[in-house]
Every structure is written in structure tokens, then in C-alpha cells.
Design a protein around this ligand. Structure first.
Ligand SMILES: Cc1ncc(COP(=O)(O)O)c(C=O)c1O
Length: 389
């Protein structure tokens, strides 16, 4: 098992605590987070950035997890900021003690009311349309710094799935237009101090050459745009959903940054979500139904895709573990379904688990990123509780 997970006499543990004991107190469905693991991961990332020899900044992508204790743990690092994508995320970051200068906003398709809120909060924006630049310039003092989000131009992401690739998508300015748009931004009174690129979610090791090309493109643009001080390379690291996944590792990523940006010599920034929180969290559910139909053993659980969207929304698997017997022989083939009235509400099909009885607890992991933060009250099924230590 990865991250902070282990196995003790009471079954699955997270950060050394038996997760079943937490479910006995708080019920299910239940998200649990180990904030020491979040901080450990933030430090590993900072070490990888320090290895580039370049000045660096980390902005945690709040969209991945906005649970208060997780934000507080990252705030306690002192040198980790927030990347927000909506006015309410900015307001939450401020409430958790992040200063406006520590908050960046990377967002698309912004309404005037969004821009008004960002202007009032005095936060730095990475924008990706002429429309937003024009409307932002009308709201902020001349000389306000701004970032330009660049389309990475390459389609990379978990399992080559277009749903998690960002090249040639709705996001970002085409690289060939960036210099012209920067000139237009300058004419509007803005100072382009940042270029931003987010390659994709769940970058595999095999995405390295494509990311090297993207970084080289960004460095070349930065050299032609002297006011640019920061190159922000987004997120995309650390997604391991199956034992066979090989995510792009920190050493290879850090080497690629040093190679691409060393000569340019400015500051690098990044916006990790998954890397910092995914393997620090787990979702616990209870099995309420064990039913055989047409030769398939269906396990019904007390959560649906409203509580964790990965399988239904992205087709991305979660690992499912029997909480009491995580290491027992997986000798039963079954499918695991949720309690939402839609046929796509299936967490896994044809997986092997130890024999499961009604009332048993299952753990979905990793579940620290884009789990609770993407939940909804669909079918009035409500939200999972969250607990952190
Ligand atoms: C602009 C931007 N930055 C950062 C992230 C965080 O990505 P990850 O969770 O892969 O680190 C995302 C995720 O979609 C994003 O869109």
C-alpha cells in the first residue's frame, strides 16, 4: 500500500490509525485525511523544486481539497500558497490565513462579478482570453501584474484520456498568439509577469518528452517577454490509481524544469493538487447489499458517484480494499455499485476482493483529491463526513 496507508491488527490504517475505529465514531460514508502526510508530500515537492537551483513557489490547487484542516496544515508550512479558481475559493483561502500575495487565481470563462471579487481581494490572476484581459484591465490600477495561461499544445494525461488532457482544449492561449496578446495586455496597462501552463491531470512517466517540449516552448516565450518573472507549470503530478500506473516522478520533472528554465533563470511556480493530498486520504463506505445476479456478485455500498466522481465521471478507477482484511486473499470477483439511481453509478466491475459480507467496510483509495471537493447532493443523498488529524 502507498502513501500513509498500512495494515494493523484492526485492519487498514491511515497515518497509523485504524480507519474502522473512525467509522465507528463518525459513520459512513466518511473521508479521512492524514495532514502529516500532506505536509510530508509538500516538503518532498519543495525539495524537488530546490534541486532545480531556481527560485520557486508552490500554490496548492484548492479545487482538489478544501477541507479546513488540510488548508491549515498547508498554511502551517508557511511557504505554500493557494491556487484558487473562483471568488469563494479566494475567500476561503483568506479565511484560512493566506495573504492576498500568496493566492493566485487560474480560472477561465470569468464573469464580470468574478473579476470584481478578485479585484477587491487584490489577488494575482492567470488569464487565458483577450476578453478577460480587457475586462480585468478595466477594474485594476495600471501596472497591475497578470499571468497569461498558455495552451500546452500537447495532449497528455492519465491513460491518454481526453477528459484529463488540456492541450488544444478550452483553456489557454495558443503559443503562437502569446506575444501578440502580451503586447495587447501591455497596451491595456497590465504587466505580464507570469506565463502559465497546465499540461494535464495524472501525467504518466511517458508524458516526459511532451512536457519537455512544453517547458521549452514556455522558456522560449519567456526569453522574448522580458517582464515575465515567473513560469508557472501547473499541476498534473502524483496520480497513481492502479498498482501498474507509473506517474511522472518528481526527479524527472525537476530535471526537466532545470534543463528547460536554468538558462532563463527566473522563478518557477507550480499548482499541485493530487500530488499533495490524494494519497493522504481515504473514503470509507459500508456494504449494505451482497447480491448475485446473472453470475455477477454485486456489492452495494452507502455512497454513490455524488460522493466520489472518479469512476462515473472520468472512468478513472479507485482501488477498493476490505477494511478489516486488507491483505486477505482476494478470491471473490465482484462489482461495486453506489446508491444513486443511475446506471453509471458503478465504482468497479469484475474486481477481486476477499469475501465480503453485508455490514463490512470498504475503503476507496486514494481519495484525498477531487473526492469530497467534487461531491454533490444529487438524489438528496447528502455529503460524506470529513475528518482529519
Ligand atoms: C490550472 C490547474 N492547475 C492545477 C491543477 C491541479 O492539478 P493536479 O491535481 O493534477 O495537481 C489543475 C487541475 O485540474 C488545474 O486545472
Amino acid at each position: 500500500m502507498d502513501g500513509a496507508f498500512g495494515c494493523g491488527p484492526e485492519g487498514l490504517t491511515l497515518g497509523g490509525r485504524a480507519v474502522a475505529a473512525e467509522a465507528a465514531v463518525h459513520g459512513t460514508p466518511l473521508y479521512l485525511y492524514d495532514t502529516a502526510e500532506v505536509r510530508r508530500r509538500a516538503r518532498l515537492l519543495k525539495q524537488a523544486l530546490a534541486a532545480t537551483g531556481l527560485e520557486h513557489r508552490v500554490h496548492f490547487a484548492m479545487k482538489s481539497n478544501r477541507f479546513g484542516p488540510v488548508l491549515d496544515a498547508l498554511r502551517a508550512e508557511r511557504d505554500v500558497g493557494i491556487d484558487a479558481c473562483s471568488p469563494r475559493e479566494v475567500a476561503l483561502a483568506l479565511r484560512h490565513g493566506f495573504a492576498p500575495a500568496e493566492i493566485s487565481v487560474t480560472a477561465s470563462m470569468l464573469a464580470d462579478r468574478d473579476l470584481d471579487a478578485f479585484a477587491a481581494a487584490r489577488v494575482h490572476l492567470n488569464l487565458d482570453s483577450r476578453s478577460a484581459l480587457r475586462r480585468w484591465a478595466a477594474r485594476v490600477p495600471r501596472g497591475t501584474p497578470v499571468g497569461l495561461r498558455v495552451d500546452p499544445g500537447v495532449a497528455v494525461g492519465y491513460g491518454d484520456d481526453p477528459r484529463v488532457a488540456y492541450g488544444r482544449s478550452k483553456f489557454g492561449l495558443l503559443p503562437e498568439t502569446v506575444e501578440q496578446v502580451a503586447a495587447e495586455a501591455q497596451a491595456l496597462g497590465l504587466v505580464v509577469d507570469t506565463l502559465h501552463v497546465h499540461g494535464g491531470w495524472g501525467l504518466p512517466a511517458s508524458a516526459l518528452p511532451a512536457m519537455q517540449r512544453t517547458f521549452a516552448m514556455l522558456a522560449a516565450l519567456a526569453e522574448r517577454l522580458p517582464p515575465v518573472e515567473t513560469l508557472n507549470v501547473g499541476g498534473g503530478l502524483g496520480a497513481r490509481r492502479r498498482a501498474s500506473d507509473e506517474p511522472l516522478g518528481l526527479p524527472a520533472w525537476s530535471d526537466a524544469l532545470r534543463t528547460a528554465f536554468g538558462r532563463w533563470g527566473g522563478r518557477i511556480a507550480c499548482e499541485p493538487g493530487t500530488l499533495l493530498v490524494d494519497w493522504a486520504g481515504v473514503l470509507l463506505v459500508q456494504v449494505n447489499t451482497v447480491e448475485n445476479k446473472d453470475g455477477v456478485t454485486w456489492l452495494g455500498v452507502d455512497a454513490g458517484h455524488n460522493v466520489n466522481v472518479y469512476a462515473a465521471h472520468y472512468g478513472i478507477p479507485v482501488e477498493i480494499v476490505h477494511v478489516a482484511r486488507p491483505l486477505a486473499a482476494a478470491d471473490t470477483i465482484c462489482s461495486v455499485a453506489g446508491n444513486i439511481n443511475e446506471s453509471n453509478d458503478v465504482f468497479a466491475r469484475g474486481i477481486a476482493l476477499p469475501r465480503v459480507a453485508e455490514g463490512d467496510l470498504l475503503a476507496f483509495l486514494p481519495a484525498g483529491a477531487y473526492g469530497s471537493s467534487m461531491s454533490s447532493d444529487h438524489c438528496l443523498r447528502g455529503f460524506a463526513a470529513e475528518v482529519a488529524w
